[in-house]
Design a protein around this ligand. Structure first.
Ligand code: AFP
Length: 333
């Protein structure tokens, strides 16, 4: 799928149109997406200057996931929190980089909105100038009458918007909001605006490309090994692409077709990908684009989260390939 450039459709125009078409439903969602767009521009600027501005390398801290916190992780996380604090349009933000959900002061009527964020996905690629990105999901909670966030978390099929950015050779912003299709915007550095370049994205239903860290092969269970054997040798002209940044592998799969897998393995019984910050938002987006999203054994969008930082085996991709993978799991369990 190639870009279709339209100078007229900026992100701002697109969101204004969405609000006008359905003011009651869309207004809040469009505003949140607009603020996310602003944040992405800020993070992109810092990513571009990271090695000159002392923003590469780790902070010395270990996050709740047990991973080293990179300086850019921290910067990106703080940017999301600070900008949304100022915007006053969501009640809560929860991030891969924070232990606890953060309650934000907001205007009346916004209290129920919860934003989930992976502020910088693929952080191990920061220092080597390989594509990284941010992922977000937006929920409207049923109520705010809870003492522990775990009581309020919802499955991915309740998302009302989700998307991701790519900080690569360009800044891309791809998202879906309730009532709309999946659209991709590219940042025009000269004009300082996001321009619609990939309208109404639909993922090809078939593809020979698969993305998986095959070094884990011997640690996978038998059904997973069978799945990857099938992807590798069971189809003609199959080929592997693996960047090691979910956003980058996901984006290629979305535009060209393909499948991304991060299965469970010995030592990581739920895999590595975080349900709330990565798997669910991308599962929702790819499903809206006509693709599939599964753990192999259940639909990612049906998983009711029991903890903010929980992980799930993650398979995202072209519908026919994902259906075939589900069949292999079913028949080999
Ligand atoms: P980081 O953001 O901690 O680098 O994790 C990235 C990630 O969750 C995902 O973006 C990659 O697809 C996956 O990890 C790569 O993991 P492996 O290095 O185990 O293949």
């Amino acid at each position: 799928m190639g870009p279709v450039i339209s100078d007229n459709i900026t992100l701002e125009n697109y969101l204004a149109d969405a609000e006008n078409a359905s003011p009651e439903n869309q207004s809040q969602i469009a505003q949140v997406v607009g603020v996310v767009g602003k944040i992405l521009k800020r993070i992109y600027k810092s990513v571009q200057r990271a090695s000159l501005a002392g923003l590469t390398g780790d902070t010395g801290a270990i996050n709740i996931q047990g991973e080293e916190v990179q300086k850019l992780d921290e910067f990106a996380n703080q940017t999301f929190v600070d900008v949304f604090k100022q915007a006053g349009i969501i009640g809560y933000i929860i991030s891969e980089e924070m232990n606890e959900v953060v309650r934000l002061d907001c205007r009346e009527g916004s209290e129920n909105y919860l934003l989930t964020v992976d502020p910088l996905d693929g952080s191990s690629n920061i220092d080597v100038n390989v594509t990284i990105g941010s992922i977000f999901g937006l929920y409207k909670l049923d109520n705010t009458d809870w003492s522990d966030i775990r009581e309020a978390l919802q499955p991915g099929n309740k998302l009302i918007a989700s998307g991701y950015s790519l900080y690569g050779s360009a800044l891309d912003f791809v998202f879906w909001m309730r009532g709309s299709t999946v659209n991709g915007f590219v940042y025009d550095i000269d004009g300082g605006e996001f321009i619609l370049a990939y309208p109404d994205i639909k993922i090809p239903t078939e593809s020979r490309i698969y993305s998986v860290n095959a070094a884990n092969y011997e640690f996978w269970d038998k059904p997973t090994q069978k799945v990857v054997d099938y992807l590798r040798t069971g189809r003609k002209e199959s080929t592997t692409r693996y960047v090691g940044s979910l956003v980058a592998d996901f984006h290629r799969s979305l535009l060209k077709g393909g499948v991304y897998l991060y299965p469970a393995h010995d030592g990581a019984p739920c895999g590595k990908i975080r349900l709330l910050y990565e798997a669910a938002p991308l599962a929702k987006l790819i499903t809206e684009a006509g693709g599939g999203a599964t753990t192999g054994r259940e639909k990612i969008l049906d998983i009711a989260p029991t903890a903010p930082h929980q992980r799930c085996p993650t398979i995202l991709g072209s519908a026919k390939v994902v259906a075939e993978i589900e069949r292999i799991y079913r028949e080999n369990n």
